[in-house]
Each structure stands twice: as C-alpha cells, then as structure tokens.
Write a protein that binds this ligand. Structure first.
Ligand SMILES: [Zn+2]
Length: 144
C-alpha cells in the first residue's frame, strides 16, 4: 500500500484556512486525497463570504468519511440565519460531490458496497480492492 505521511492533506488545509480551523487539525478527522479538492472548494467559498468577525464564529469540527460519503462538520455559533444556510449549502454540495468522486484519486467514482468498508471509488481503485466495475450513472455535467 502507498500509505505515506503525505497522504494526510489536513495540515495543508488547516494552513490554507486558518480562520476556519482555528489553526488546528480537528479531532478524529481523516481525509482521503481524492476528496481534497472538493473540501478545499467548499472551504474557500465559506472563507470568502465571511468577515473576520463572522469567521470567529465558525469552526471546522470534523472531516471524515462515513458510508462512502464525505462528512464535513462546520459549526457556526452566532451567525445570522442566511449566512448559516449558505455555509450549510456549500457543505451539502461537497457531500453530494463526494458521492460521485473516488476518495483515492478524485476521478468519477461510485459507491462500493461489496466490502465491509463502504467507499466511493473509481473502477481502478475498486479493482485494487478486488471489485468488479459497475455501471455508472450518466454524468450530470462535468466539473470545469
Ligand atoms: Zn480512483
């Protein structure tokens, strides 16, 4: 397996978005390399819309995979409803993207439920786990 220390992209994201992480890798968090871009995109959108005062009310509490899906927990403590809803929208978008994105490489992927550890993977990475390719849903517009 190619598990090296540089497989952990979280410290890099923390450095990139210090306001949102408060300078710390959140506890019990893990992020596969294939999902870094979609997490980065969501955090960049959230970061861009917040003033410093607002950002002080926000904290990325956990990033992980569950049931083959990204879980990105962003706490917003004291923000107006509209801002909270926009943050929730960006998080939801990233989660929806993760359901179609290989967690290992970022290529289009499908949810693989044949193994005890449910994961979203492309055919190549599913084959590495010993699974047959599956028919993919038709793409709904490629990311630019
Ligand atoms: Zn892959």
């Amino acid at each position: 397996m190619d598990k090296t220390t540089q497989d952990n992209p979280l410290p890099g994201l923390v450095a990139e978005f210090p306001r949102l992480f408060r300078g710390e890798v959140p506890g019990r968090s893990d992020l596969d390399t294939g999902w870094v871009e979609l997490v980065r995109r969501a955090l960049a959108r959230i970061d861009a819309m917040l003033t410093d005062d607002q950002a002080a009310q926000v904290n990325v509490a956990q990033v992980k995979e569950k049931w083959g899906e990204l879980r990105l927990y962003v706490f917003a403590f004291d923000l107006d409803q509209a801002t909270q809803e926009r943050i929730a929208g960006f998080v939801k978008e990233a989660q929806a993207e993760s359901q179609m994105t290989c967690a290992k490489c970022g290529q289009p992927g499908d949810l693989r439920t044949d193994f005890p550890h449910v994961q979203t993977l492309c055919d190549t990475h599913a084959a590495e786990r010993g699974e047959p390719p599956v028919r993919r849903r038709p793409p709904q517009g490629e990311p630019s």
